[in-house]
Design a protein around this ligand. Structure first.
Ligand code: 5AD
Ligand code: SF4
Length: 469
């Protein structure tokens, strides 16, 4: 029996123990304990939260209708930027007050923030209301830790500095019925100078091809149509496996799965996006013709200081190659404004790249100083006023480019996976094109979960408008 299997079996025994406690509570009170999982940060965290929810339901908890109603609140935290951290502290403060009127309220915090010693110290001194703390490497231990926490009144802290094993087959509750995320690897080896991720998520490790295919097969047979493969840098997928393989090799295997309709992935690093990957995207019918290609900055000097290993020209050359091979490709990106020492001219290079590439969406961030990263101690941190001014101009340039691109889709008919009722207008459905562009369109609710052909009749900056044809 493998060690990994033992670990899963061990956690199952704790799931049963907690479920027993919860059943006794139910028998005594006629009520089930309820939970709320609050997720901060990226899709990787959202996917971890699906596992937390899966374990909680097996342990006999019900999902609460809101955080306020919950008997147990878990924060799955992010530390990529300071404002994500501040939101967690703000929330822990609110719960501290709530606990005065609700003494049985349990609070847990886990995820990336917990991998930093300074955070643990702050929680220990300022948020004594927290019952349980664990990190990114021992999420699978949640049942055992929760059981210990339920048996004591003191704060339980268990944060590991590293762990190479990948625990498969944890219980999971998927957020959506038609699309699902699948981790293909964990960790990051790139050490971009501004980024805390490699310090809190550890070194790269890939899941076995067979485990990934098995998971996708079961998702597809349960009706999932769109799969998003997740990794911090999917281009290094497969390195270090017993039978080393490549990301494009994995994609070609997944493309063969019977019944799969759409395959997406994020994130590929521009420094090592291979020709083979471009060919795979072009050739495989189920791989969406959309690439999220974070540029971060358009200036070669800044890219060097960011430790990104590409230049303005090599990035643009890569984009040129992608567009030549996959003419209908859509590109999206991440951009950071106000990296230490960024001059006006260097910022203008970023605007230049935006105008040249023509992204369909971009995630824009103000540089956030992360203690422990090389950029945090670089000279010339930029003034807040200068950053705000640049951020405004960045959005103007981006939005006018996106609107122009969206206008070029008007008149086209696109295949859209209908996902939900529009939040802005109950009469409309919302869905996404192959290129991941948001579309609002009039249709019966019964179309949700299906592909529909939509004729694009109009557009706004952030979405297309259309009608079923
Ligand atoms: N400040 C601002 N943005 C950051 N990102 C990562 N670290 C920082 C930071 N310190 C952004 C990058 C990355 C995205 C997930 O978050 O653009 O691609
Ligand atoms: Fe952070 Fe760079 Fe790794 Fe992305 S590739 S997670 S930005 S260090």
């Amino acid at each position: 029996m493998s060690k990994e299997y033992n670990e899963l079996e061990l956690q199952k025994t704790y799931i049963e123990k907690v479920a027993k406690l919860n059943n006794t509570y139910y028998e005594q009170t006629g009520k089930r304990k309820s939970f709320a999982v609050l997720t901060f940060g990226c899709q990787m965290n959202a996917h971890d939260s699906e596992k937390l929810e899966g374990m909680l339901v097996e342990m006999g908890y019900d999902k609460a209708s809101s955080e306020k109603e919950a008997d147990f609140v878990i924060h799955n935290t992010c530390c990529v930027r300071e404002n994500a951290e501040n939101k967690v502290y703000g929330n822990l403060g609110i719960l501290k007050n709530l606990k005065k009127s609700k003494p049985d309220l349990k609070v847990a915090v886990c995820g990336c923030m917990m991998q930093q010693d300074t955070v643990i110290e702050k929680i220990k001194t300022s948020y004594r209301n927290v019952n349980l703390i664990f990190g990114t490497f021992n999420l699978h231990r949640f049942p055992q830790l929760l059981h210990t926490s339920l048996e004591t009144n003191s704060m339980i802290i268990d944060v590991w500095k590293e762990h190479d094993e990948i625990i498969e087959d944890l219980p999971i509750i998927r957020e959506f019925k038609h699309k699902a995320s699948v981790n293909i690897m964990y960790g990051c080896n790139n050490f971009c100078s501004y980024c805390i991720v490699p310090y809190v998520r550890g070194r790269e490790r890939s899941r076995d091809v067979c485990d990934i295919i098995k998971e996708i097969n079961s998702l597809v047979s349960s009706g999932i149509k769109e799969i998003t493969l997740l990794g911090q840098n999917v281009n290094s997928y497969g390195i270090g496996l017993e039978n080393p393989t490549t990301f494009s090799g994995l994609l070609r295997e997944i493309n063969k799965i019977d019944g799969i309709k759409r395959i997406r992935f994020m994130t590929p690093h521009p420094k090592d996006l291979s020709d083979d990957l471009i060919d795979a995207i072009r050739d495989c019918e189920h791989i969406c013709k959309h690439i999220h290609l974070p540029v971060q900055s358009g200036n070669t000097e800044i890219l060097k200081k960011m430790n990104r290993h590409y230049t303005k020209n090599s990035y643009l050359a890569l984009v040129g190659k992608i567009k030549k091979e996959i003419p209908d490709v859509t590109l999206t990106t991440d951009i950071i404004v106000g990296f230490p020492g960024e001059t006006e001219e260097q910022f203008l290079d970023t605007l230049d790249v935006i105008r040249e590439v023509k992204y369909t969406t971009a995630y824009t961030f103000i540089y956030s100083k992360r203690t422990g990263t090389p950029a945090a101690v670089m000279d010339c941190q930029i003034d807040e006023d200068v950053i705000k001014d640049r951020f405004g101009r960045l959005l103007e340039t981006l939005n006018s480019g996106i609107y122009e691109l969206n206008q070029s889709f008007v008149g086209q008919t696109m295949s859209v996976l209908a996902e939900d009722v529009s939040k802005q207008d109950e009469a409309l459905l919302t869905g996404r094109t192959d290129g991941n562009i948001l579309v609002h369109f009039k249709s019966e609710k019964s179309a949700i979960g299906n592909f529909v052909n939509v004729k694009i009749t109009d557009c706004k900056t952030f979405y297309l408008i259309g009608e079923v044809c």
